[in-house]
Write a protein that binds this ligand. Sequence first.
Ligand SMILES: Cc1ncc(COP(=O)(O)O)c(C=O)c1O
Length: 367
Amino acid sequence: MHNLARWKIRSVKPYVPGKPIEELTRELGIKGEIIKLASNENPLGPSPKAMEMVSRYIKELNLYPDDSAYSLTKKIAEMNGLSTDEVILGNGSVEIMQMIDLAFVNPGESIVTSEKSFSLYKIIGDIVGARVIETPMKDGKIDLNLILEDIKEDTKVVFIDNPTNPMGTLCPKDEVEDFMKRVPEDVIVVWDEAYYEYARGEHFKETIDYVKQGRNVIVLRTFSKVYGLAGLRLGYAFAKKEIIDALGRTRLPFNVNTMAQIAAYYALEDTEHVRKSVEMNSKGLEYLYEEFSKMNLKFYKSWGNFILVDLGINSDKPYNFLLKKGIIVRPVKNYSLPTCLRITVGTPSQNQKLVEGLKEFLEHGYS
Ligand SMILES: Cc1ncc(COP(=O)(O)O)c(C=O)c1O
């Protein structure tokens, strides 16, 4: 049968997710604990409060969700000093990325992003038939000056993940400010802040300020990372009313399910869970920096809940070695990083097992 897919679709390279625990159990028949450090999930799990409320509402699953997600949208808006028409929710922030391209990018027009940024910017751009311009990084960091140079007449949207995945590096505040002074007004700048809660602080530019100033900016956030709700799929965006209105026109009804709405509402109230998660993550990062340094491994200082480590050899071997030990990490060949692994920061005991596994590999695993 000849290929019936739209010609643009034929060349789309599908997203490569982290290996699910169940798949590893099936493939290798591993008994005992499997540690997944492959998808930047919160190893502490969801907020206990959120879990309790989800179980309370489970009997309402016969009903459609509230399409407007009224209570959650209001809560997010209030917590961030915005009005409800400046907030939109998505089935994961990836759905909002798709809404952005559908709402603003005509086929053939361009999108600019960084070559090693989150892979879905390119994938979704390809799906909608955009021309995706990928700007090289500099020393493992997004080069905002090069992004400015790559913006063309037909550029509609720029996607910047800050911190960036998989490198984990940050565009510092002064660079973001300089970029925002120089970027053309009619280009929509998307600041994807999936790791916001880990990165916020003196070096981080609060890009929500640009939304409040009426700039053409979209800020993406998610409940998949620090809030530990990746399985429920819920992301959100801030932007001015006109932008949110355009995004809303591309949104399918009931895109955010009832359990996600409830869990997120209560997760937002559980500030202690967020605090604990962020604290555990920074201690975990310090531990991994120290251990990787002792092993003479190259790594980037991370502003997220993961770390990119360079083993200097084809990553297949260490990846498979760790899999056999029940540790799932993420190879990043699809980002042209063939010798690197991206590792999510786990609990202290998970981090320790990971380090032991890597040490063992470096001592005996090459053969
Ligand atoms: C930079 C970045 N943006 C967005 C996402 C996806 O978020 P969500 O689960 O909300 O779709 C990820 C997931 O790893 C990410 O690294």
